[in-house]
Design a protein around this ligand. Structure first.
Ligand code: MN
Length: 744
């Protein structure tokens, strides 16, 4: 018989031992499909490629995995290495098998870049999260076990790479999943390539002492067996030498010789019943001297990976210490095969109090929930939902960033550093530009494009991002980077202007004055006013002039009321809090003798140009009939005139206005200019304005701490055309990146 077919037959027999209901037809089809698909390929050692998937399936059968997993093990390299596709596999063997193969293929494609410990932990988590079905991890581990067994055919470089990856990623995953036997094998085979000298030393030393070890272990084993027989406890006892990597860690990590290693030997006593465990412990402690502080009850308190046993270290003949592990068969199976064993032995486990909030809480829940379902059904539902709410992505350097599920490039950028987020102008995922709201997927490489001249985050980002971290950092930016800086600069400009006009801050911050002042400048708080001045939305000069007007009005009002009160012969409080609506008070209004504005349906009315948008001839304009002010003229695109800002009860106050032809007057308007700061910037701006032959009222230049500069200009122009040419000239100045008209 063909040796390959013979081997397949042996696999089938092995599975039938634990699964008599095996669908042999399906299994055989998977095998022959893989055999065909790989028919032209050879392993590095020259054997037919199919020997690898067969071996992986054998290891999976050792773990007593379900049929779909074994089929997926047979097919695991077909999609990656042959012309077979996911759809082919799904069509022939069903979605479940195809998903497993697909999952293993994806894990195989994750690039491993050696990193520090915490990154390793993240990579492990990422692999677990990527494998939405725990069986994917189990198959991948079987694949790795076989690859490590046959690593001698690979190049030394590949040997080292794979060994490191196995030691750092797959052995710890096997440990987490409680698969002790697999973990030991992975560690020992990896050590062989990572430190061949150390490995050789340990193997040789163990070999040299093999006879002595065996004699010692046999005698201890016999003594324990005899004693337990006397006590009528049915038990299986055996001894072993600890695995090479465990000895290696103690020898090299703690700088000890093999003789100094405390517990080179470990004995196992396996019993049928949990109560017997404690009885055995009593016997062992009676026979040998226990080492203080070495007793551990992992039955009462299982390890997070659900390992259960009693551990004790005792001193035997010749003063040699050894460890004794006592457990039931159920516990033993769990210890050896870990998670792979649990669906079979779930009844025993479900009664055990497992630590809450452990990494395996989900397993416990499943075990409880799945009491009555059959093994295959249970396994199928055993999804890794442990990390379902997390997503793991790489930086271009291979660092792993852990984000909440649904995270976007914005979250990624802010998780690296707020400065990265604040200067982000674009993002690439796996080398491709993506929109900011794309949801990142496990294993993607994300790259953030930043620019020094970026304008900072947009408020929309707070809606797009997923993490609180990103949202908080964006909020902080708006609050601190912009606002606080603006408040500080605005405040100092405002105070020096006050001083210049002979006013003190104390006067305007009086309880009964401040509200009127704020209303006059149309801000809700002083900080808002400062921020606006800092930003350039209003000049300090303008604010102070208005405030001065208001103070004058208030004191005039107060004087009038005092006089009136005196006339009426009654005492009244001196509060200037006006009983009349201050908005109705006649105000001193700048009068434009010849405004050049035609108001539809109104002749000869008072015209005022809105301070918020400072229209000039040529701009499209609208008018608003104010109470007492006449008509206020805004630019049609001024935010204050937008339909949503128009109150329904004032609908009749909005009027059509237009510019009169042939107007030669000049109009005040304001510009904001943003530039990268440099020597001579202000001079160049002044020169440009001068050559444009416009009258400049104010020119304030301010350097920002981030290397940018902000210039606010108030100038007088004849019309929009002239203004456009001024803006154009300003835009041509070196390092200027934005010139815009002030609104709002
Ligand atoms: Mn493989």
């Amino acid at each position: 018989m063909d040796p390959i077919l013979e081997r397949y037959q042996a696999l089938e027999d092995k599975i039938k031992l634990y699964n008599p209901r095996l669908d042999t037809k399906r299994l055989y089809e998977a095998f022959s499909y893989a055999d065909n698909a790989h028919s032209t390929q050879k392993r590095k050692d020259g054997s037919p490629y199919i020997t690898h998937p067969l071996a992986v399936a054998e290891i999976a059968a050792d773990l007593e995995l379900d049929t779909d997993s074994i089929m997926a093990a047979l097919l695991h390299d077909t999609v990656e290495d042959t012309s077979a596709t996911y759809d082919d596999v799904a069509k022939l063997f069903g979605k479940s098998v195809a998903d497993l193969v697909d999952g293993v293929t994806k894990l195989t494609q994750v690039k491993y870049i050696s990193k520090e410990e915490e990154q390793m932990e993240n990579l492990r988590k990422m692999l677990m999260a990527m494998a939405k079905d725990i069986r994917v991890i189990l198959i991948k581990i079987c694949d790795r076990v076989h690859n490590m067994r046959t690593m001698q055919y690979q190049s030394p470089r590949k040997q080292r790479e794979k060994a490191l990856e196995t030691m750092e990623i797959y052995a710890p995953i096997a440990h987490r999943l409680g698969m002790q036997r697999v973990k030991w094998e992975l560690e020992d085979t990896s050590l062989q390539y990572l430190d061949p000298v150390g490995y050789k030393e340990i193997s040789e030393e163990l070999a040299a002492r093999a006879a002595a070890h065996e004699e010692f272990m046999a005698s201890i084993q016999k003594r324990i067996e005899d004693r337990l027989a006397e006590e009528h406890i049915k038990a299986t006892v055996y001894g072993r030498i600890k695995h090479a990597y465990s000895i290696y860690r103690k020898m090299y990590g703690q700088n000890k010789t093999m003789d100094e290693i405390f517990d080179l030997y470990a004995f196992r006593v396996i019993v049928d019943d949990m109560n017997d465990c404690y009885k055995v412990l009593g016997c062992v402690h009676d026979m040998f001297k226990p080492v203080l502080g070495r007793f551990k009850d992992y039955i009462g308190t299982p390890k997070p990976n659900m390992y259960q046993s009693l551990h004790t270290t005792v001193i035997g003949r010749e003063g040699l210490p050894f460890e004794v592990q006592i457990r039931t068969w159920n516990m033993h199976h769990t210890a050896e095969y870990g998670i792979a064993a649990h669906w079979k032995y779930k009844q025993g486990m479900a009664n055990t109090a497992l630590g809450s909030e452990t990494a395996f809480e989900w397993v416990r829940k499943l075990l409880e929930a799945q009491q009555d379902t059959d093994a295959e059904e249970f396994l199928r539902s055993m999804r890794v939902d442990l990390f379902a709410d997390e997503v793991f992505v790489f930086t271009p350097n291979g660092d792993i960033i852990n984000l909440p599920a649904g995270a976007t490039p914005i979250d990624f950028a802010y998780s690296i550093h707020s400065a990265v987020g604040n200067t982000m102008t674009g993002a690439r995922v796996n080398g491709r530009m993506v929109p900011f709201d794309v949801h990142l997927q496990n294993g993607q490489i994300v790259e953030i494009i930043t620019s020094k001249s970026a304008h900072g985050p947009s408020r929309d980002w707070m809606k797009i991002c997923k993490s609180n971290e990103a949202r908080n950092k964006i909020r902080q930016w708006f609050k601190r980077e912009r606002r606080e800086e603006n408040i500080a600069t605005g405040r100092s400009a405002f105070e020096s202007e006050l001083k210049h006009m002979g006013l003190s801050l104390a006067v305007i911050t009086q309880e009964d004055v401040l509200p009127h002042v704020l209303k006059k400048v149309r801000f809700n708080s002083l900080d808002e006013l400062y921020a606006a001045i800092g930003y350039g939305g209003m000049t300090a000069q303008k604010a102070v002039v208005r405030i001065k007007d208001e103070l004058a009005r208030l004191s005039r009002l107060q004087a009038e009321r005092l006089a009136a009160a005196r006339a009426a012969g009654e005492q009244e409080s001196l509060h200037p809090a006006v009983k009349k609506d201050p908005a109705r008070e006649p105000e001193k209004v700048p009068r434009f003798s010849d405004s050049g504005i035609i108001v539809e349906g109104l002749d000869n009315c008072l015209i005022k140009f809105a301070k918020c948008c400072t229209p000039v001839p040529g701009d499209e304009v609208v008018g608003f009939i104010t109470r007492g002010f006449g008509v206020s003229v805004h630019r049609a695109d001024c935010p204050n005139c937008m339909p949503e800002k128009r109150r329904p009860e004032e609908a009749g106050r909005w009027v059509k206005v237009s510019w009169a032809a042939g107007e030669q007057a000049t109009y005040k308007t304001a510009l904001d200019l943003s530039a990268k700061d440099r020597d001579g910037l202000t001079l160049d701006v002044a020169m440009a304005l001068s050559t444009a032959k416009v009258k400049v009222n104010t020119l304030n230049s301010r350097a920002l701490p981030d290397g940018h500069a902000f210039v606010s200009i108030v100038l007088e122009v004849k019309n929009q055309e002239q203004l456009a040419s001024v803006i154009n000239k300003l835009n041509q100045i070196q390092s200027v990146y934005q010139v815009k008209r002030t609104t709002g």
